[in-house]
Design a protein around this ligand. Sequence first.
Ligand SMILES: [Zn+2]
Length: 213
Amino acid sequence: MIDTPDTYVRERATEGRKDLRYPAAPAPLAVPVYDNHCHLEIADGEVGLSLQEQLDRAQAVGIAGVVQASGDVESSRWAVDAAESDPRVLAAVAIHPNDAPTYAEAGRLDEAIAVIDGLAARPRTRAIGETGLDYFRTEEPGRAAQHTSFEAHIALAKKHGIAMQIHDRDAHDDVLETLRRVGAPDRTVFHCFSGDAAMARICADAGYYLSFA
Ligand SMILES: [Zn+2]
């Protein structure tokens, strides 16, 4: 079932978060920018805002558009629907590294990646993401599935000629090794970069982009 962009596929865990009110809007940016990594499907705030309302609020302070990142089949479909419903949204589609073991355990990883392949062909899909490796949340038994999924996603980004957003948590060496071994897509973004200066240098020399969010 495909959710329409106005219904949310996820709800953020609210334990320990006492104040759910949105902060006041900041001063508008000096120049308009695109936010290359959003999760607008997550219901947040005391009352969840619609996709339209979120985009309107962002646009009012200089966010001209967003790339909606995904982590499973449902959120990837949501991202494509959102991108096709509003010109301010572009879609990134993927199975998240922490979701890959769950699909693999159910014997459904290949099927899920095939769905991502189909969604990656849609005209408003401009990135594969987020994909990568996460050794912080996934223990040893799940890591083989992460590696399989990561390499399959790298192949999809190249096949469709689109960018790739990497999620790398406590897995710097293996992420870099994988990219070196199989070859990175032309446009590779380390989302929420968490490496040190030496790793940043390696990434910069390889032509990868680093983002802090
Ligand atoms: Zn993300």
